[in-house]
Write a protein that binds this ligand. Structure first.
Ligand SMILES: C[S@@+](CC[C@H](N)C(=O)[O-])C[C@H]1O[C@@H](n2cnc3c(N)ncnc32)[C@H](O)[C@@H]1O
Length: 250
């Protein structure tokens, strides 16, 4: 793949916003509830930061919480407004959150923490969180303990590293927060081979790639899915694991 900058990848999602909304997985309710239970008092008002098309925003709203979604990309925000009209949606970034001090009880971040300037974002998140509130970053991963999934994701990653999470937990330490805890939650997404390929096409590394490289990757994956017994015939369950972190505001 070419060598696009991190900033280019971080701001690439809007061009695939509709496909993102349709094909990316949502988050299991147990993971969201585990995150919320890290707060000292029951959260009522939560912020979804880097909210994208509202995958996690919807899960939070369905629990009856008042949700504010902050997202820099206007095309992603437009999808979010369609998917979760009850959420307050604001333009903004993790490093400069458009909320007053101590405004929310919890801050959730789905699949976006690795795009933030983490020390600056943690300071801002600490500012908008009430004392005893909780920060909950989470990531969905294909469940590579399943052999065909491991083979598929290795092919799809094409040598690239997957988003940093647990390996780099120590560097997320911040004086405003207690230490991070983590847990994992299994879930599945009902898929077809074509929808899986649509998902791959929403990955930042694939979006910023050249058309030739993108096509070669999709062809390789299509051939794999067509020859793999678990995915060759119609719909199947894609096994996923959600890795959730939580750290309480001091
Ligand atoms: C992979 S998407 C995740 C979207 C959504 N949270 C989800 O779980 O589906 C990453 C999102 O982070 C946003 N983003 C990138 N850099 C950001 C930053 N510095 N602050 C806030 N959001 C950012 C992107 O615009 C994109 O919508």
């Amino acid at each position: 793949m070419s060598d696009p900058t991190r900033a280019e990848r971080a701001s690439s999602f809007g061009s695939r916003a509709a496909a993102y909304a349709e094909h990316r997985p949502d988050y299991p309710r147990e993971a969201i509830e585990w995150g919320l239970s890290g707060a000292r008092r029951t959260p009522r008002h939560v912020l979804d930061l880097g909210a994208g098309t509202g995958k996690l925003t919807l899960g939070l709203a369905e629990l009856g919480l008042a949700v504010t979604a902050v997202e820099p990309d206007p095309e992603m925000r437009a999808e979010l407004g369609r998917v979760v009209p009850s959420a307050t949606s604001l333009a903004g970034r993790a490093e400069r959150i458009p909320l007053p001090d101590a405004a929310v009880d919890a801050v959730f971040v789905g699949q976006a923490f690795h795009w933030f300037d983490v020390p600056a974002a943690m300071t801002e998140i600490g500012r908008v969180l009430r004392p005893g509130g909780v920060l909950v970053p989470m990531w969905n991963y294909e469940d590579e303990s399943v052999p065909w999934v491991a083979e598929y994701t290795a092919l799809g990653r094409d040598g690239a590293r997957r988003p940093a999470a647990t390996d780099d937990l120590r560097q997320f330490e911040h004086p405003a927060f207690e230490m991070f805890e983590s847990d994992r939650f299994r879930h599945v997404q009902r898929r077809t081979a074509e929808s899986l390929l649509e998902t791959i096409a929403t990955y930042s590394l694939v979006i910023v790639s050249t058309p030739e490289k993108r096509q070669a990757l999709l062809t390789r994956l299509r051939e794999f899915l067509a020859s793999n017994p678990a995915t060759a015939n119609g719909e199947f369950d894609l096994p996923l694991q959600t890795l959730a972190l939580r750290a309480r505001r001091r």
